[in-house]
Design a protein around this ligand. Structure first.
Ligand code: ADP
Length: 430
């Protein structure tokens, strides 16, 4: 029997103990009245506590307001402790959930959780940015209503998630996403979205590069193979034979130049940051002038203009290669009788090395692409001039490594100016 029941029976017995003698000796109605009053008081007492419990249960507050009387105090105490434990557990669980959400938000990959109908349950901010979702608004929406690209819809429908889906972002064509779907908890799905734009770009660049190199080398190789075949099969007189051999030498020279420029590019790319050695600019410019005159063979006027006596800090071979390419281009793309000017100027902001010519010039639409590997305005002209299409790529790389910028100004039929601007930190007072 419970404690409360024993108490209730004892109080009823106590009331009966008082009521019986009064009812026997004084008057029976009085005995009954005392007995009923005893029971009534007990009922009032229980009703009061019950009402208090009823009110508290509607809005449980964990403070001292829940106090019971008599046997109710034990019940109230247990309820109070239970409620308090429950609240503590919820607080701990809330904190754990917040930590998990914060970790998922911190992921650089997008994460979207979907229910069995592919409706959005949760997504992190990365996924919001990648797919253009707004969790607050889109929660509960089928994801295919928001990401409508047919390949995505078909991928979810096919339910074959053994391979990720590569998707070009609807918001920005340049952005490439790789979507993995991981089924979990029965029919639920977790979408992991990786931004593979950079890898995709590098992959494309690598493929283009291999295709370009193969193409560039195949042309002279084909010509060389053709000449060889002719020499093997046809009896030629000495003069003709020498002519063929000269042309073969030209083709092999061309291949050698391409390979040499490729090696230069690759060594610049993989080299550690350029040294800080002081490069004697007076010497270097003198060497560039002599090289220009040798290449021009008297067909151009070569002018040198220098202002100030400062030098550059950096890697001499890289700077020689970069400046040498600009000077060689100026000579090669300037018809006979033109002028090639080499200038070196310093200012408090830095220094500028420039090569200006009065050559064929370049149409404005080509200028942004000139430093791409193998990009030429006129393929035939570049080939005839002995170009590889890699010169300005080498220039750009070397300059980048010296925190310098290449500025190109050109007018077709008038001439071009290629200027390399170096920051003050790269300039050494002579
Ligand atoms: P290339 O070996 O073909 O000269 P570059 O990378 O050095 O390759 O130059 C890329 C292209 O830029 C050239 O093919 C040429 O069309 C153009 N170019 C470069 N320098 C000049 C210049 N000084 N005048 C006119 N065109 C130039």
């Amino acid at each position: 029997m419970s404690e409360q029941l024993i108490r209730a029976v004892l109080i009823a017995l106590l009331a009966a103990l008082f009521a019986l003698p009064v009812g026997y000796f004084v008057a029976p109605w009085m005995g009954w009245a005392i007995f009923c009053a005893g029971l009534g008081l007990q009922m009032v007492f229980h009703f009061r506590n019950f009402t208090r419990l009823d009110q508290w249960s509607k809005a449980p507050v964990v403070d001292s307001s829940l106090e019971g009387e008599g046997a109710w105090d034990g019940i109230f105490g247990r309820l109070y402790r239970h409620e308090k434990d429950l609240r503590n557990q919820i607080a701990v669980r809330d904190e754990e959930i917040s930590r998990v959400i914060a970790a998922v938000q911190a992921l650089t990959d997008g994460v979207v959780s979907l229910d069995l109908n592919n409706q959005i349950v949760f997504c992190n901010t990365t996924a919001e940015a990648q797919l253009g979702l707004v969790l607050r608004v889109d929660q509960g929406q089928p994801i295919v209503n928001l990401v409508r690209q047919p390949e995505f819809v078909a991928y979810l429908d096919a339910e074959d998630f053994s391979r990720p889906l590569t998707l070009r972002s609807e918001r920005s064509e340049d952005r490439v996403l790789s979507i993995y779907v991981i089924p979990y908890a029965g029919n639920r799905r977790l979408m992991q979205i990786k931004d593979v734009t950079q890898t995709d770009r590098l992959d494309r660049m690598r493929r283009d590069f291999v295709a370009n190199v193969s193409h560039e080398l195949r042309t002279p190789l084909t010509v060389l193979a053709g000449f060889l075949e002719t020499l093997q099969e046809i009896e030629l007189d000495r003069e003709e034979r020498d002519r063929y051999l000269t042309m073969m030498a030209e083709q092999s020279k061309r291949m050698e130049s391409i390979v040499q420029d490729l090696l230069t590019l690759s060594s610049i790319e993989s080299a550690p940051p350029p040294a800080n050695e002081v490069v004697d600019m007076a010497n270097l410019i003198d060497k560039l002038r002599r090289d220009a005159e040798a290449l021009s063979a008297g067909r151009h006027r070569v002018v040198v203009e220098t202002e100030g006596h400062s030098d550059l800090r950096g890697s001499e071979p890289e700077l020689v290669s970069a400046f040498g390419n600009l000077v060689a281009n100026a000579v090669r793309y300037t018809p006979a009788g033109g002028t090639v000017s080499i200038s070196w100027k310093t200012s408090p902001q830095g220094a500028e090395f420039a090569v200006q010519d009065t050559g064929i010039g370049i149409d404005a639409k080509h200028i942004p692409r000139l430093t791409e590997r193998f990009y030429r305005v006129d393929r035939g002209r570049s080939r005839d001039a002995g170009g590889t299409g890699l010169g300005l790529a080498i220039v750009k790389h070397s300059l980048n490594r010296h925190q310098a910028q290449l500025n190109i100004r050109s007018t077709p039929g008038v001439g071009s100016r290629f200027a390399c601007s170096f920051p003050a930190s790269r300039v050494a007072g002579a």
